[in-house]
Design a protein around this ligand. Structure first.
Ligand code: PAF
Length: 290
């Protein structure tokens, strides 16, 4: 496994031959901000299965943080991250500096997430998705992958990236990998390390609320009933400060009308102490054959 820090080093020779004679080796990228956990590793395993070469990027992107304190305290653990990646057969870890990624700061030209950037996570974190898409665009350009793997836990991010790839005709396939959870249901997140034991227990309300919402959807509930079940469950732990629990369109990330039937993402964001957590479940509102 090569650990490289510059774009020039990244342009090294292919490490593995193509699986099929005559093909060029296929490359997958897994983009991360480090502080790796089992959720990231599941992306890497999926990438390893799918492609000849696997590149993992580790870069804490300042452009997607609306709160400087959040950026400062984001864990940076490259050595430990590399130790987790090596046994998974990763070929290259690309861990550039801010100066390497942003030759001019702040960048003059950026990518806009449009409407996707103004709702749900975008409403609570202005500029966040523009920052994410700008760095994803840059990292795609630098790593030149055929496949890019993202975690379904960041459902709105996956929608934003898919939309960028579609609208800007980028030659890459976006693959979403299911959320990895602890046995008690808590979605894995690099931010979980900030939770005290008491906060971690309270944080379980997010996945419990999503399960309640999903159960109502599965028993034929309307969108309003599904959302109400989720919000009602969140209210059981008032110390957890709810930003939103809502239903969003799985393709456009826009809010859904009360009469909506079809696949919906039920997304939740809440503050547990100082730590803001997000989670979601994909469910179906209404009967299968409509
Ligand atoms: O999901 C993340 O960790 C980040 O948003 C990403 C995709 C690596 C871009 O900085």
């Amino acid at each position: 496994m090569r650990i490289v820090h510059t774009a020039a080093e990244l342009r090294g020779p292919a490490i593995r031959p193509a699986r099929r004679a005559g093909d060029r080796p296929s490359r997958a990228v897994v983009m991360t901000m480090g502080a790796l956990h089992e959720g990231h590793l599941s992306l890497v395993r999926a990438a390893r299965e799918a492609a000849d070469e696997v590149v993992v990027t580790v870069f804490v992107n300042p452009l997607q943080f609306d709160d400087p304190a959040d950026l400062d305290r984001y864990p940076r653990t490259l050595e430990a991250d590399a130790a987790l990646l090596e046994p998974l057969g990763v070929d290259v870890v690309f861990a550039p500096s801010v100066e390497e990624v942003y030759r001019g700061w702040p960048p003059v030209v950026t990518v806009s997430a449009g409407e996707i950037g103004r709702v749900f996570e975008g409403e609570h974190r202005p500029g966040h998705f523009d920052g994410v898409l700008t760095v994803v665009c840059k990292l795609l350009g630098l790593t030149q992958p055929d496949l890019a793997f993202f975690g379904q836990k960041d459902a709105q991010q996956v929608i934003a990236v898919r939309t960028m790839v579609r609208d800007l005709s980028m030659p890459v396939e976006v693959v979403a990998v299911p959320t990895v959870r602890d046995a008690d249901g808590l979605a894995l997140s690099s931010r979980n390390v900030f939770l005290s034991p008491a906060e971690r227990t309270r944080a379980l309300i997010l996945s419990r609320a999503l399960r309640a919402a999903d159960a109502v959807a599965r028993s034929g509930g309307t969108l309003a009933q599904v959302v109400e079940a989720g919000r009602g469950t969140m209210a059981e732990v008032p110390e957890v400060e709810l930003d939103y629990l809502d239903a969003l369109d799985p393709v456009s990330a826009q809010p859904l009308d009360a009469g909506y039937r079809g696949v919906a993402v039920i997304a939740v964001a809440a503050r547990v102490g100082e730590t803001r957590l997000i989670d979601n479940v994909v469910t179906r509102i209404g009967p299968l054959a409509d």
